[in-house]
Design a protein around this ligand. Structure first.
Ligand code: PAF
Length: 286
């Protein structure tokens, strides 16, 4: 596996792969890789001839009070995992390489609608910063496909809307969330949890499953059950940001006519922000 830090060298290698008629897949990450990321690489390996991974802790998508400075940076361990999983090229640029004129002068991508509310409400500017870096990476690598985890469900929806709205020639592939054996969605931020919090954290997934099962059983959303789950989440010591059912395709709160729904949650436990979701197809509306 090649490791590349600058954009010109990255472009030279991807152009060579393209010239050799190889299809290219991109897996963009912020590092501190876990089994969920490695699953993205494995899937990328299946759908493309040349796999590019990026590791870049993107300052543009962190708020002023967020964990940019302390975000775990584990480059050597990440590099080994990527190599074992069959990645061809790792791109890990510096902040200066990505934003040579500084963050404030950086042109930005904004995706209205789907980025509003949910995590977009709790983290102002986050999705503009995320969409901007993903757009830049897609322009640099020019992959045939790019793979993203479904744990960051709104992120995936924002990326799909950006690619469609800007006519970007790339196929976006969503990959199901990898979970620990107790149901907790794998995340680089789980490492912030204390032992006690780690035992409590899977509660969120339990409530998501309960709400999803009730929707499937009754064919409709039971707002009393959602309010009750929200209360129980708070009583368990979480600071709940949202627990909502949305149209899974466009994240609209209007559920009438939706063929697929998503139950989404974000909550803080101590200093860790956890997000998760469960989706379900609705038989009656197909
Ligand atoms: O999901 C992430 O790790 C990041 O938001 C991404 C997509 C790599 C952009 O920085």
């Amino acid at each position: 596996m090649l490791t590349v830090n600058d954009i010109a060298t990255l472009r030279a290698h991807t152009a060579r792969a393209r010239g050799a008629q190889k299809s290219i897949a991109l897996v963009a990450t912020m590092g501190n890789l876990h089994e969920g990321h490695i699953e993205l690489i494995r899937r990328a390996r299946h759908c493309a001839d040349y796999v590019v991974a990026s590791i870049f802790v993107n300052p543009l998508q962190f708020g002023p009070d967020e964990d940019f400075a302390t975000y775990p940076r584990t480059l050597e361990a990440d590099r080994q995992q990527l190599e074992q999983a069959g990645c061809d090229l790792l791109f890990c640029p510096s902040v200066e390489a990505m934003y040579p004129n500084g963050k404030d002068a950086q042109a930005r991508v904004s995706v209205p609608g789907v980025s509003w509310g949910l995590c977009g409400g709790a983290r102002p500017g986050h999705f503009d910063g995320m969409a901007t870096i993903v757009c830049k990476l897609l322009n640099m690598v020019q992959p045939d496909s790019a793979l993203f985890g479904e744990k960051d469900y709104q992120q995936l929806a924002v990326i799909r809307a950006m690619v469609s709205g800007l006519d970007m020639p790339v196929t976006i592939i969503g990959v199901p969330t990898r979970r620990a054996s107790d149901g907790l969605a794998l995340s680089s931020r789980n490492g912030y949890l204390t032992e006690q919090e780690r035992m409590q954290a899977p509660l969120l997934y339990g409530y998501l499953q309960q709400i999803a099962a009730s929707i499937v059983d009754r064919g409709q959303v039971d707002q009393h059950l959602i309010d009750d789950c929200a209360q129980r989440i708070r009583q368990a010591g979480f600071q709940l940001e949202y627990l909502e059912v949305r149209n899974a395709i466009n994240l609209s709160p209007i559920l009438e006519g939706a063929t697929k729904l998503a139950v989404l949650v974000a909550a803080r436990l101590g200093k860790t922000r956890l997000i998760d979701n469960v989706t379900m197809a609705l038989a009656g509306n197909r």
